[in-house]
Design a protein around this ligand. Structure first.
Ligand code: SF4
Length: 175
């Protein structure tokens, strides 16, 4: 078996939501070689080959993989954490087994620009978030100086179609 084990080394409450947990775990071997293949099979992954870091969101949980360790945020509880690492271990081993059929993807998917985030906002410049414009809000969001929850209109039924994609983007960026 390519990867024998993933061992949790700490669990703490999530910074953004104390009802959820974040945890770190270590791989029983260096998985750097499989990261470009995982990038190829995970459609929503963000990969930096030079920095050897791969992030993606699954079921609302944010995964960050490095060659030797893993960080996960927004897990429901400890049971959920063990379920997630079982799933990830199976994914890594299955991807490694299929590596001859897969094309490794080394592409760097860069962080979105404020205008791209702006495109997912209501774009009414209503100022309810405390910013003069939605574009200013988008720029501060990317800098970690604003929180998505401050855009109240986004959480109304009128903009429900924008909320979910934007929540995924923000989670994938670790914001
Ligand atoms: S609250 Fe939302 S819609 Fe209103 S200005 Fe801020 S980002 Fe734009």
């Amino acid at each position: 078996m390519y990867l024998e084990a993933i061992e949790i080394v700490f669990i703490q409450p999530c910074l953004a939501d104390a009802n959820k947990i974040r945890f770190k775990a270590v791989f029983s071997r260096d998985i750097a070689g499989v990261l470009p293949y995982l990038n190829a099979v995970l459609p929503n992954a963000t990969y930096n080959h030079e920095g050897q870091v791969l992030t993606f969101v699954r079921e609302g949980r944010l995964f960050t993989l490095y060659p030797r360790e893993l960080a996960v945020a927004k897990a429901a509880n400890t049971t959920d954490a063990y379920r997630l690492i079982d799933w990830l271990k199976d994914l890594i081993n299955a991807t490694y087994e299929r590596r001859d059929e897969l094309k490794p993807d080394y592409s760097l998917r860069s962080r979105p620009k404020p205008l791209e985030i702006y495109g997912w906002l209501p774009r009414t410049n209503c100022r309810k978030c405390g910013e003069l414009t939605c574009l200013a809000f988008a720029a501060k969001l990317l800098l970690g100086e604003q929180r998505l929850e401050r855009c109240a209109p986004l959480f109304t039924a009128e903009y429900a179609h924008l909320k979910e994609p934007l929540l995924e983007i923000v989670a994938a960026l670790g914001l």
